[in-house]
Design a protein around this ligand. Structure first.
Ligand code: UDP
Length: 401
């Protein structure tokens, strides 16, 4: 299998820049696929002096393809898709593969070309979609939206992270639901599991009152502004409440968003109530989750929402926006609360309800961990394997006829 991941590498630390859930997805999925015997090469754009091929695990390697100068911002990447595609094709002519799995629209464009040139089946996973982002106030260039439509029309299978994404693909891109399969991402249960809050707090040097946690890339879409306003409203009721933010600036508006966050903390007089931590290696994050009383996920859109699932797996109630994959992951009233709209009042009420009722908090923690235990990367890999197997007996779509 060839996994295309042009803009970001599974070898990168998630939590800032262009590295987030998709990096975790590609890394964990390919490890799990390799364990089931699917030989997997992940193709990424060469962005530094790394060697061309990095063997990550038996049967799972990352191949770095030269395409443009190393330090290109994501917005400049459409110009190097062609060069990337040629590089991947050159590699595949020497190392043939049976199926292409493209992640995100840039790789989708490359995958679409390779599908026709090499007559291979194309499976596409978008992770985020331009037309969904536009609906929630995060517009993307028209070129991306058009390219997604073309890739969707010619993908033999589209995998959606959630049922909501299936509906979005059909409604906004006219995708044929028969070609869409829901393949939910997973979770590493060996890392994300409940643990004592006290020792997690000790490990992080956190004292004092209830702790709200925000984890992820800092950009407007993630709604960190709502997290700060939630804390601001909450301290009127719980003067010792605090917020911990783990992650770093991401995307063209990341730095501005970080600045807005700092200004908002200052404006609300919360400087001694808010802490920040730089992006953490995935395996250390469980300590941050376990230290928290509530995990906030106030995203404007979210195709899945790994952070919500990881928090739940660690036994932490989640208060999230009522969008995308979060509508499936957060069982409203049972593993946390989903809040409609952007008004912080809904978040403040939801967090207060959890903090004011330890029995509710405990039962949410239990139910969240039970729900999260149903997700695993090996299940994700098996589902994809079945999809690949089904492709071998199908006539491939051909948008050129
Ligand atoms: N993450 C991490 N370290 C950090 C912050 C985030 O490993 O400091 C990981 C987090 O555990 C999660 C992913 O980045 O697996 C974020 O995925 P999510 O689906 O929540 O958001 P996305 O980045 O895809 O928008």
């Amino acid at each position: 299998m060839a996994v295309l991941s042009l803009h970001t590498s599974p070898l990168m630390l998630p939590g800032n820049g262009d590295a987030g859930g998709m990096n975790v997805y590609v890394r964990e999925l390919c490890s799990a696929l390799a364990q089931t015997g699917v030989d997997t090469s992940v193709f990424v754009r060469r962005h530094d002096a790394t060697e061309t091929v990095v063997e990550v695990a038996p049967g799972f390697r990352v191949v770095h393809v030269r395409a443009g100068p190393p330090d290109l911002p994501k917005e400049a990447l459409p110009a190097v898709v062609e060069e990337f595609t040629e590089g991947v094709k050159h590699w595949m002519q020497r190392h043939p593969v049976d199926v292409l799995h493209a992640n995100y629209w840039l790789s989708g464009v490359a995958g679409h070309r390779l599908k026709h040139d090499l007559e291979l089946p194309l499976v596409s996973t978008f992770h985020t979609l331009a037309r969904v982002k536009a609906e929630t106030g995060d517009p993307e260039p028209q070129r991306r939206s058009n390219a997604e439509a073309e890739v969707i029309a010619c993908s033999d299978v589209i995998t959606a992270n959630s049922v909501t994404e299936v509906q979005q693909l059909a409604r906004l891109y006219g995708a044929d639901p028969k070609r869409i399969d829901v393949v939910a991402p997973g979770i590493d249960g060996a890392i994300f599991s409940p643990g004592p809050r006290r020792s997690a707090r000790d490990a992080l040097g956190i004292e004092g009152g209830p702790l709200l946690l925000f984890v992820g890339r800092i950009q407007p879409l993630k709604g960190l502004d709502v997290a700060v306003e939630t804390l601001a409203g909450l301290v009127a009721r719980r003067h010792d409440a605090q917020l911990l933010v783990v992650g770093g600036a991401s995307g063209p508006q990341g730095r501005r968003e970080l600045q807005r966050f700092e200004e908002s903390v200052e404006r609300h007089g919360l400087r001694d109530r808010v802490r920040t931590a730089p992006p953490q290696p995935h395996h250390l994050l469980s300590t941050y989750y376990r230290a928290a009383d509530v995990c906030l996920v106030p995203s404007r859109s979210e195709s899945f929402g790994l952070v919500a699932l990881e928090a739940a797996a660690c036994g932490v109630p989640v208060v999230a926006s009522d969008v995308g994959g979060l509508t499936t992951l957060v069982d409203h009233g049972r593993s946390g609360f989903r809040v409609g709209g952007r008004d912080p009042v809904g978040y403040i009420d939801a967090v207060s309800a959890i903090l004011d009722d330890p029995r509710l908090a405990e039962s949410m923690a239990r139910r969240g961990a039970e729900t999260a235990a149903r997700y695993s990367w090996s299940a994700t890999a098996l589902r994809l394997r079945r999809i690949f197997a089904g492709l071998s007996s199908r006539v491939l779509l051909d948008c050129t006829v």
